[in-house]
Ligand binder design. Sequence first.
Ligand code: MOS
Length: 741
Amino acid sequence: MANQVTDIATVKASRVPRIDGPKKVSGLARYTSDHNFPGLVFAVPVGAKIAAGRVTAIDAKTAEKMKGVLAVYTRANMGPIYRPVTGDGFAYKVDETRPPFEDDVVRYYGQYVALVVAETFEIAQNAARSIQVSYSTDKPRIDGELTQDDLKKKESERGDVEKAFAKAAVKIDQTYVTPVEVHNPIEMHATVALWDDKQEKVTLYETSQAIATQQNILAMMLGVPRENVRVISEYLGSGFGGKLWAWSHSALAAASARNLKRPVKLVIDRSMMFTNVGYRPETRQTIKIGADNKGKIQSLSHVYTSQADMLSDYKENCGEVSGFLYGSPNCLVSSAISRRNKGVPTAMRGPGAVPGLFALESAMDELAIALKMDPVQLRILNDTKIDGSNGKPFSSRHFKECLELGAKKFGWAKRTPAVGSMKDGDEILGWGVAACTWPARRLDAKVTIEMRADGRVRVVSGTHDIGTGMYTVLAQVASTELGIPMDRIDVVLGDTALPPGPIAGGSMAAGSVIPAVIEAVKAIKKNFANAATKTNTSAFFGSKPEEIKYEAGMLNGPKGKVEYAKFLQSINMASLGGIGEAKGTMNDKEAKFSTKSFGAQFVEIGWNPDLAKLRVRRIVSVIDGGRIINFQPARNQIEGAIVMGIGMGLFEKSEYDVRYGHPANGNLADYIVPVHADCPEIDVTFLDYPDKEVNEWGARGVGEIGLAGIASAITAAVYHATGVRVRELPVTIEKLLKANV
Ligand code: MOS
């Protein structure tokens, strides 16, 4: 393998190419749908063509007669698929709690109403298309302003916002709208299900960011003991949150394998990616900020409505950061939901904070303008050392440095604030800034490490590398802690048969697993000392365990030094292992500190009014994400997230047909995402301050934070260039044609 890093100094320098890179580029890395087995058959779901109503009849006669069709499943003949229930935390989390085929009610376009299984994918597709479904149709609830369907729920409150707002010298009271956005990873959701009839055991190859949760939920849905479900997800073609929780197709694939006693592969198609596997729901958010004459915030209220589907309780947690980002003495965050006949929404990269920061940071830009104040200075003025939502100090907050360094790198001092005042050739330039933040939390994690007598080291955990660099980061941490070169370390992830690791979500996985690796290394050192002193054939036999030190791959004791592998060979051991466990801090109410990451995003846009052409020209991002273990994948995460931010700012929106409720742009030709030509130079800087409150290495995890703030920095820049304040995303050319500049 080329490009492998072998020396520990390089590992510590923290620029290590991905150890799974060669496997990925050579095709050796097997993704879910790459798994094939003897007797494999193919399942294709049939989705409803209405958004509200009932299925009255399903005519599958043509499909059933087709050569190669093995079964057409509907409610009538699928057999049991039970209801899962979502629990506290992530262990039993599922957004779509209605099992497929449970009743004949259709609540969203695309909801599965039948499933064809055939000898080939093509036959299954043809047969699925031939199925005629009849409906009784109700008027779907698709469009219209999000008005609250339930009572407003208070999420964070301190002081008296109304009173303070009334007294404030400068006030902003604006409403911001974000549309439905779809994750659209390149790899489509898939399940390959193998059912062992004799033992009632099922193995599921899954596109999953949370195999342990998938195991729990699928055990519930299939009605088999949890230990009889094994879930494997070694590589993922990205998920962005859409692959965190189980979706209906997985249970359908497993139930088909059970019925047919054949391995079943089910890969959903791109159009189903828009309807059946979650999306970021629409939000409508009102921000009221009251400040004194100098710009100090006195009152901040964030009241929002999040669009939901007809059954689930997923809510975009828009106000999560509003309680702590700035130091307002009076603050209120409250929310409601508004139900629609649309698919079930779910977490999408930076859930809550990303649309929430679009609203909050847009309002901050509007406040700066009202105050005739520099927007960077306004944010610095309202920086705080205390998390106002819980009164706790931040463990490590370098927000001001992010803003100052970003401003310096961007050249912010040259900005002239008047609208349309900066030009470059035919383009009017707009410069905008926004803050970003994301919680840093830890989940439970377990890791085993085996030091083998052949010199290789295995680091094993049932967590994931979803494209983020976990394989590499774990190898780096183990390499550093054990003093063993990277190219002798194998990392094994993505299987519920392994010791349970955290979900790959919330930018939490790396920070959660590191302390477990450290614990495993401690255990190994003890186990070596015991093996060395208590084995009669050992050169150290009879010494005290505390006299034996493990140092950089060597055992060092009263009788000299020996390389660990040679030592294992000398006492007839094939391997020596250690188990490490670390507790999560996610729901720790006793925590002394508030742990968050921060950052600042600077954007330059160019607006050519003659051609009505808008483009992002330049982005500078400064991230305070704790210690960065590997700058290469970390920068890659932030750059990717920023590209998603450009999509959010300028392009992305699911448009629904109000009659049938289907996403009219439900494909990658019509749902616009940024391409290379839309992406400017992106300059990412990490402050790299270790946050020891989170873990021993001080790593907080990065990824989602890169998307936060980008859309509001873009709309701030657009305002600066054009004088048009876009409060409803995305910024389309039509909205800018109203500009008089
Ligand atoms: Mo992220 S939305 O937690 O995958």
